[in-house]
Design a binder for this molecule. Sequence first.
Ligand code: MN
Length: 128
Amino acid sequence: MVNEPPLILYVEDNPHNMLLVQRLLRAEGFRVDGASSAEEAETYLKSHKPNLILMDINLPRIDGYTLTAKFKKLRGLESVPIIALTANALKGDEGKSFAAGCNGYIQKPIDVDTLPELIRGFLENAEA
Ligand code: MN
């Protein structure tokens, strides 16, 4: 039996980061879909169930904390790990991420050498 590679939804409004992370994670064998806003992510989730969501916090209109809290209340999504990506390390974003329901926290700028391993770790935790 062939297992499908994990599907990741990346919510990110910065096209440079979107391209970088998609390339990186696809090269590591993941499937990656992108959403550039909260609204786009909500539409996507009506027809897809990713194994993990990577959530940029600084998004236009609806931020990543608000969106995470909303997703965590949706049926079928409670068990999907949501990992916050934020640059504001000094503003207490780690605490805010967990308060919003995020399962993990990754600091920007994105470190291409460690991101794939971090993602694998979060996926393994989610399965356990
Ligand atoms: Mn952003």
